[in-house]
Design a binder for this molecule. Sequence first.
Ligand SMILES: [Zn+2]
Length: 211
Amino acid sequence: MTSALYSPTAGGSAAQQAGHPVPKPIDTDHVAELISQLLTALGEDPTREGLAGTPARVAAFYDVFLSPDPSTATCFAETNLSGQLVVVGGMSLWSLCEHHMLPMNLQVTAGYVPRDEVVGLSKFGRIAQRHAGRFQVQERFTRQVAEEIANVIGSPDVAVAVRGTHLCMSMRGVRMEQARTDTVQADGRFETDPVLSQQFLTLSTSQWKAA
Ligand SMILES: [Zn+2]
C-alpha cells in the first residue's frame, strides 16, 4: 500500500496527516447550562437536591474525558514470533459512541512487523488513548489507530484488532448484554500474507477470551 500517510516527507502532525480535525476547546459553562436544560426537558428539576451539582459534574467529566492524558494508558508486548511479528495488547480503553453519546469499552491489540527498530510500548497506548478520548465509532477508531501506528513505525505493515462493548447495545435489554463488536484493520503484509494475518488474529482473539 502506498500512500502519503507513509511518506516521511509529508508535512503536519500525525493527527493531521490521518485526517483528524483538532476539536475546539470545551466550553464547560455552556455544557453545564445545556445539561441543566436537558434535565428540564427530560421532566426533571435540575435544582432539586441530588441534581443541583449534576450539570457541573457532567461538564467536568466531558472536559477531562475529551482531553485525555495519554500517559495513563498501559499496554504490553504479547508475543514476538521469530523476530517478525510483534503483537502489542492489553490496552483497554473507554470511548464515547458518537451515535448515542454513551460509553464503549475498546480492547485493542496491535500487530506490526518491525523494520529497523521495535517501537516503545508506551507509544501504542498514547496513540490509542488519543483516538479514544473523543466521540467515536469503533470502525473509525480501529482505522485511525492503524494509520497512526503506520506513520510512527514508518511502515504499512500494521494490523489492529478491536473488541468493543457498547453501552448503547448492552443497555437495550438482557439479550444484548453480552453483545460484542469486533473490528480488524489489516494493512500492508497483513493484507497479503495469510499466515501472518492468521498469527495476528489468533493472538488477538486468545487475549480476548482470557479477558
Ligand atoms: Zn451507540
